[in-house]
Unconditional design. Structure first.
Length: 99
C-alpha cells in the first residue's frame, strides 16, 4: 500500500475530503518523500512537520484544527458488518465546535 493510500484511510481523511484538501495531501506526500532522501535538509523536515500539523496528522495538529477522533459507540451506527469504511471514519472524526 502506498503512503497516499494509507493517508486516505486515516480518520482525518474524512475532513480532508470535506475541505477538498487533496492537493494539500498530495503536496505533503511529495514533500515527505523528498525529506526522506539522503540529502534532505532540516528545512524540508520543518516543512513536513508544518504540513502534518495543518492536515491534523499530529496530536497538536488535531487540537489546532479542533478535531477529535471518537469511537463508533459515540454515534448511532448500523452494525459493523453493514457500515462502509467511509461511514465508519466519518463517525469517528468529528469537528469540535468552538466553545
Amino acid at each position: 500500500m502506498t503512503l497516499w493510500e494509507r493517508l486516505w484511510e486515516t480518520p482525518q481523511a474524512t475532513m480532508w475530503e470535506q475541505l477538498h484538501q487533496d492537493f494539500e495531501v498530495a503536496s505533503y506526500v511529495r514533500l515527505l518523500v523528498r525529506a526522506e532522501s539522503p540529502r534532505s535538509s532540516a528545512i524540508v523536515w520543518g516543512q513536513v512537520k508544518q504540513f502534518a500539523e495543518s492536515l491534523g496528522l499530529s496530536v497538536s495538529g488535531m487540537a489546532r484544527n479542533r478535531w477529535t477522533i471518537g469511537t463508533t459507540e459515540d454515534e448511532d451506527m448500523p452494525s459493523a458488518g453493514n457500515a462502509s469504511p467511509v461511514a465508519s471514519l466519518t463517525a469517528r472524526l468529528k469537528a469540535v465546535a468552538d466553545g
